[in-house]
Each structure stands twice: as C-alpha cells, then as structure tokens.
Design a protein around this ligand. Structure first.
Ligand code: FMN
Length: 400
C-alpha cells in the first residue's frame, strides 16, 4: 500500500492543497493536533508579521467523514487569507489591465530582479518565464503549511502503532544547545513551549539574543533541527533496493524542505571521526534483542533497527535580507539590489515543525508498506502479528 502526497498552490493564490493516497479506512484524524501543528509552524521568535496575519486551518475536501478516513484519497486545503488582497494579481485566469490596476501596484508589477539564494533566477531560465513571481510564489515555504497538515495525519497513523515523532531546535546561528542523548517524548513539551523550539532554557535565552542581534544588523540566521521518532519497530524501510532505504528516504524528505541543506542520521559526522569499536551499537539478548547505545540513530541497512530514529537537518540562513544582496535585472542586466519584502529573521523553530511532519510522513509510508491493509483493523492486526513473531525488546521511553 503506497502512501503518496502531492501539494499544489502558490504563496498568494487561493490556498495550498494536498492530496494523500494510501491511508487506511477508519483512521481517526485528530483535529486538535492538525490545528496545533499548523499553529506551531506559524509561531517562533524572529518570524515576520505575515505569520500573525494568517491563522492557518485545514479544510478537508475529501476522504474524511465524521472524523474518520474512508480509504479513498484525502484532499485538504490550507487557505491563504492574504489572497483577498492579491485577487487579480494571482488570478488563475487572464485578467484585464483595469482589473490588474485595482490591486496595489507592488502586487501587479512584474518582478524582474532575481533574489540571490532563492529559486528565482534558475526558475525563470528553466521554465522560460519573464516574471520572477511565477517562480517565487511556488518556491515559497508557504507550501509547507499543507505538508504540516498531512504530517499531523501521518502522526495519527503512527500513534496507532506506538510511534511518536518530536522535533526541537539544537542550533540557531552560532548558538548551539548542549547534546541531550537520552530524551524521552515527554521532554519535548519544553520545546513546544519555547519560542525558539529549544529544550534547554539557558540556550533558549542565548538564541533569542542571537536573533535580536541579527535583526538589528538586518541579517538572517539558519540553524539545526533534530527530529526523533520513538517506538519504531525493527524493519521499516528495506536493504533490498537503494530507493527503499529508509535513511535515503528520510534524507530526501529532509532536504526537500525549503532551505534545508544537510542531513545527519544518528551521530554520523562524529562517527566519521571515530573508530568502529567506538561507533557500532553492540547487541545483547535479554528477553529479546536490544542495544545499550544508539549512535546509528535507529537505522542500519536502510531499515529501522528498533531504536529511536534520530535525524538532524541543517538550515541555511534565510536568503531574503533586510540588508539587500547584490543582483542584476532580467531585462537590462543592470546591477540591482534584491527586493526587500517583509521576511523572517530566522525560521528554524518553524522548520522543526515541518521536519517533524516530513519525517512522520516517511515513517507512515514505510509503515503502510510493512503492515498494509485496507482498514486500520487490518493494519493493526498485521502489526500485532509481526511484533509477536520477532524477538525484539522495545526500548522504554519513560523516566525511571
Ligand atoms: C518555515 C520556513 C520559512 C521560511 N521563511 C522564509 C522567509 O521569510 N524569507 C526567506 O527568504 N526565505 C524563507 N524560507 C526559505 C526559502 O523558502 C528558501 O530558502 C528558498 O525557497 C530557496 O530554496 P532553497 O533554500 O531550498 O534552495 C523559509 C523556509 C522555511 C522552511
């Protein structure tokens, strides 16, 4: 059973739509989780006022009845409330000059100045376009609103089989949080309450100061987010084909998020500098196979190994600076400075929520492959039978 997702929509169009196929029938969708995750994506210290302007919600267009999936494609839309101010400028159908004149000049004008660090220049060249807006509207991270909504539904699916996915921020700019190897799901309540998505209060204060400094300098910051998936049984993903490897799929999903440029599974970068004897997680058998350490980040041979899945993702500093970068115009090729629109100073906390969503979706996809079934009941029966068959001792995620 293949779980698939496609999104459609532009930043200032009517909304961002998602269509998901492969969900089992009977899955209860948690409306609170959906709304909470959409709200979390919009929050965070260092965001622009647009996030306050639009309170996101997902309208379900198909596939759900009385809160449960029907087994067919699920479609949803996260409407862009700002679309009302863009009307003719973002109309799907041709408009007259008079209609265009009715929207603010800035909105109807052709954009001819490509911004460094964005999709702008490569997009207009590749797609034979003469207006950068035809690229930037789709390249915008507004698209992640629909992916976060779908991620919330993926979390509902994973919760049925005891998997919980949590993200937090481990670095903003030069400020890094101390390593916290033995986290349990309850620890992430702290990250959810933090304006910068950080688990450590001392680091949180330093991160806020770092953002204030960058904003004062009209600059931007990147950072690192970490996602942990607790409760994965061994065997999600597969060693049999490169495209089925879970680490490859998680890495692709991670850098598939706008501005994400590097991925680490487990302690990959530190492991590269260590000897094998200091890296590999030794096995023991005590009422089932288990490990004392998890330097591999829960994945060996492209499959979950039964330990917590740990994925870290590096985000570049946001490319739109209030202190504009140098560029050149499409028409005259004259030197120019990049457009300065209201933009975030940093969006690492929001990116952690998006990262949670894409990791949850990839794990849900692997779980659908492993356990299949047309209904939740079929899927749970397969999961139960599998756990009864394998000699595995699940890690415990509560504090002693
Ligand atoms: C949650 C989130 C919010 C973002 N907000 C902004 C922003 O306000 N300004 C900006 O220039 N880029 C922002 N970005 C990054 C751009 O979307 C991204 O850098 C751009 O589309 C180019 O793609 P690339 O960085 O993947 O190469 C954001 C990214 C994410 C994940």
């Amino acid at each position: 059973m293949d779980l698939s997702l496609v999104t459609s929509g532009e930043s200032h169009g009517p909304g961002i739509t998602a269509v998901v196929t492969g969900l089992p029938a009977g899955l209860a969708v948690d409306r609170d989780r959906l709304r909470t995750d959409l709200g979390r994506r919009q929050a965070g210290y260092g965001r622009s006022p647009r996030q306050q302007l639009e309170k996101d919600d997902a309208e379900i267009l198909g596939g759900l009845r009385h809160g449960r999936t029907l087994g067919g494609p699920l479609a949803l839309i996260v409407r862009n409330r700002d679309h009302a101010n863009w009307g003719a400028a973002m109309s799907a159908w041709p408009v007259t000059d008079e209609e265009l004149a009715e929207v603010a000049a800035r909105r109807s004008r052709r954009v001819v100045v490509p911004r460094p660090g964005h999709a702008d220049l490569s997009g207009v060249l590749k797609y034979e376009l003469d207006d950068v807006r035809n690229v930037l509207e789709r390249a915008s991270a507004r698209e992640t609103s629909a992916r976060v909504a779908v991620g919330a539904i993926a979390k509902d699916l994973l919760a049925l089989i005891g998997i919980a996915v949590h993200g937090h921020v481990t670095r903003i700019g030069a400020v890094a949080a101390p390593a916290l190897p033995d986290l349990v799901p309850a620890d992430f309540d702290r990250a959810r309450a933090s304006e910068v998505g950080c688990l450590d209060p001392a680091t949180e204060a330093a991160m806020i100061a770092e953002i204030d400094e960058a904003r004062k300098d009209r600059d931007t910051l990147g950072g690192v987010v970490e996602v942990r998936a607790f409760g994965c049984p061994p065997g999600l993903g597969s060693h049999t084909e490169p495209r089925l490897r879970l680490d490859a799929r998680l890495a692709a999903a991670a850098v598939g998020i706008q501005a994400m440029k590097g991925v680490e599974i487990g302690d990959a970068w530190e492991n590269a500098a260590r000897r094998g004897s200091e890296v590999h997680d030794e096995l023991a058998y005590e009422g089932g196979f288990r490990r004392d350490t998890n330097r591999a980040g829960g994945i060996e041979g492209g499959m979950t190994n039964g330990e917590t899945v740990v994925v870290r993702i590096a985000m570049k500093p946001l490319p739109t600076l209030m202190k504009p970068l140098r560029t050149a115009t499409l028409d005259t090729h004259e030197p120019a400075t990049a457009l300065v629109e209201r933009s975030d100073t940093t969006a690492v906390a929001a990116a952690a929520v998006v990262a949670e969503a894409v990791v949850a979706f990839e794990l849900a996809r692997a779980a659908r492959e492993k356990f299949g079934g047309d209904s939740v009941g079929d899927m749970l029966a397969a999961h139960e039978a599998y756990l009864a068959r394998i000699p595995w001792r699940a890690p415990v995620f509560t504090r002693a």
